[in-house]
Design a protein around this ligand. Structure first.
Ligand code: UDP
Ligand code: MG
Length: 140
């Protein structure tokens, strides 16, 4: 079983999509290991997106991710990383497939509603940033 981190980003929370996204997670058969609402600090967002530090959109991305609460969801499924990325769609909602979360609810390439980890290794690491082992419940 693989793990991936879903973040419902500030725009998703602001626009009232928490329920729709959790509902979709359940329909897609993911197990929710952990779930919490949080407010990312500038330091947390910079660390989380460290790989993009040199990109021109980095500062805007950090402002966006810290402007309001997010929802952090630790997910488990077979091939969780690729399955979740298929459900959320391409980074730019304009290029995302019909029916994906980013196509349905995203505004633009920055405000795209949800995060998904990009590898199994990063899925584990990212979940570890926000959840202790004791907070991850495997039992159905
Ligand atoms: N992003 C942005 N401008 C870009 C590319 C990405 O603002 O040109 C933001 C967007 O919110 C995206 C995040 O930075 O989800 C991380 O980018 P990445 O390329 O890792 O996309 P993802 O893995 O989220 O699809
Ligand atoms: Mg990424």
């Amino acid at each position: 079983m693989e793990r991936t981190l879903c973040i419902i980003k500030p725009d998703g929370v602001e626009k009232g999509y928490i329920g729709a996204i959790i509902s979709r997670i359940e329909k897609e058969g993911f197990k929710i290991l952990g779930l919490k609402r949080a407010r990312l600090t500038k330091e947390m967002a910079e660390h989380f997106y460290d790989i993009h530090r040199e990109r021109p959109f980095f500062n805007d991305l950090v402002s966006y991710m810290t402007r309001g609460p997010v929802v952090l969801i630790a997910l488990e499924h077979e091939n969780a990383v690729s399955h979740w990325r298929t459900v959320i769609g391409a980074t730019n909602p304009e290029n995302a497939d019909v029916g994906t979360i980013r196509k349905l609810y995203g505004n633009n390439i920055e405000e795209n509603v949800v995060h998904g980890s990009d590898s199994a290794e990063n899925g584990k690491l990212e979940i570890g940033v926000f959840f202790s082992e004791a907070e991850l419940i495997s039992q159905q």
